[in-house]
Design a protein around this ligand. Sequence first.
Ligand code: PLP
Length: 345
Amino acid sequence: MTKVTPETMDWDNLGFAYVDTGKRYRAYYKDGAWSPGSIETDKMVTISESSNVLHYGQTCFEGLKAYRTKDGAIQLFRPDENAKRMNRSAEKLLMPAFPEEWFVEAVHQVVAANADWVPPYGTGASLYIRPVMFGIGDGIGVVPADEYIFSVFVMPVGPYFKGGLKPGNFVISDYDRAAPRGTGSQKVAGNYAASLQPGMLAKKAGYADAIYLDPETHSKIEEVGAANFFGITADNHLVTPQSPSILPSITKYSILHLAQERFEMTVEEGDVYVDQLDRFVEAGACGTAAVITPIGSITAGETVYRFTEGDQAGPKLKALYEELVGIQYGDRPAPEGWIQKVEIS
Ligand SMILES: *Cc1c(COP(=O)(O)O)cnc(C)c1O
C-alpha cells in the first residue's frame, strides 16, 4: 500500500478510517508520576503481554475534532470538556488523572504538529482526535496497573453525511451495553466491547444501529449506538434521557444549550419511555462522530415509530445541525469558551 500524504489525500472522499499521520503525542506514567509528554513518530506501542489493558480492560478514551475555518485557521470545539470527562473515566477505573491543562495542551500540540492533515474548509471533513489512556506493565493480578501510557493520535475523517442529513432507521436492542450501576457513564473500553455483538445484529437485520434501553427496567431509551438520543415535541420541547448509565455527550449538552438560548425551545432531561415515543415529531442521535443524525424510525418489537417524512430531516433538527456545525467551522458565533484556536508555527 502506498502511504497517503496530505498532498495525495482525497479530501472529498474520506470515511472514518485510521491514517498514520506520522505524529502523535505520548506521555508515560511510572513511579507515581507522568513524564513530560512529547510528539513521537512511531505509531506502534510495545507493552508487556501481562498489561492490564489486554486482560481487564483498564483503558479509557476520548474523541473530539479540529476544524478548518474559511480563513484557513484551525480550531477546536470544547476540548476542556473532553479533558474533564477523560479524568472522570480514569477515576472510575482507578487510573491516574492526566491534568486537564496538559490534556488540552497535548491536543493543541498534536493538531499543530499535524496541521497539514486538517482537511480544507468546505469539504465537510475534519481532523478526528483520539486521546487514549491504558494500563501497562507486568502486573497480572486483578488490581490497577502501576504504569500507564497516555497517547493522542489524529486522522482526517469525512463528514458523517455525504449527501446531506440522511435519516437512519434504528432498532431497540434486547441487550445492554452497560449495567445499571456500572460504567455506562464513562468512556471505557468494556462498554464498547459489550456493544459489538448487539450492534452487529442490528446492522445484519438492516438497521443503522441498535438503541439501548435502561438496563434496569428495559422501558426507557438510553443510547443510540455510541451516540445520545433526543426527541423534539410538536410544542417545541427538546427531551433527552437522564440516567447514570448514559455517556454524557458534549455534543448533546451543546445542543441543549443552543436549543434553549438560540431557538427558544424548552429543554428537558428526563425519562424517555419507548411506549411514549409518539410524542415526538422529530428525533436525533448526537455525538462528535455522528454530529446530529436524524432518526427516521425506531422499531420496538412489532411497533415502528416514525419521525421523518420520507428521506428528509425535520426542520428543527436541521436548524440545530446547521447552528452547531456553523459554530464548529467558525461560520457562526460561538458561545463564550466553546472554541479554541490552534496556533500553528
Ligand atoms: C462518545 C460517546 C457519545 C458522544 O459524546 P460526544 O462527547 O458528543 O462525542 C455518546 N454515547 C457514547 C456511548 C459515547 O461513547
